[in-house]
Design a protein around this ligand. Sequence first.
Ligand SMILES: CC(C)(COP(=O)(O)OP(=O)(O)OC[C@H]1O[C@@H](n2cnc3c(N)ncnc32)[C@H](O)[C@@H]1OP(=O)(O)O)[C@@H](O)C(=O)NCCC(=O)NCCS
Length: 161
Amino acid sequence: MEAMATLQFLIRQMTKSDLDSVTVIEQVSRLAPWGHDGYLRVLDSPAGVRALVAEGRVGEEQQGPVMGFVVAQVLAHEMEIYQIAVHPDFRRVGVGTSLMEYVLGEGERSGCRECYLDVRRGNLEAINFYIKHGFEVCGVRPRYYRNPSEDALVMRKRLKT
Ligand SMILES: CC(C)(COP(=O)(O)OP(=O)(O)OC[C@H]1O[C@@H](n2cnc3c(N)ncnc32)[C@H](O)[C@@H]1OP(=O)(O)O)[C@@H](O)C(=O)NCCC(=O)NCCS
């Protein structure tokens, strides 16, 4: 645990060279599978997409592993978070919080008034994480997810604009 206490990372824009790491994190986190091509389409898509990674730092200058990522979209005055995950090796040390705070800050700077996301009803870890970040449940999409079939909770957070 001591190594984790000194964990250093920074948040930066996702690039195509991150996609191998991003898809590994996607798989081990059991997110809806977008795969390499899905993220490539997002990175190539027009304005509105916010795609960020948390990258570890080894020593002063050296680049470390991609630890987590978030993909969101700004649509007029709303932001929607599509994917957020942290590699299991780096959870519970604030990486997800930094990604969330950074992307919500981008939403606020873009004039968004609210941020929405969907989450599996049984994903209590993520739901706790979202509640900690000020999201509240505002709706349910029955059997929205497949493999396995499960309801989605729609969660919303009002942003400071
Ligand atoms: C949800 C997720 C992104 C959180 O990332 P993280 O880097 O571990 O989160 P943080 O360390 O910033 O945690 C912040 C707070 O969220 C809550 N939280 C995070 N993980 C939790 C867990 N496993 N159980 C309960 N609460 C949790 C806690 O309140 C935590 O604060 P604390 O550590 O001081 O108690 C991560 O667990 C993950 O990648 N999960 C799998 C992918 C996923 O389900 N994504 C969401 C799909 S909708």
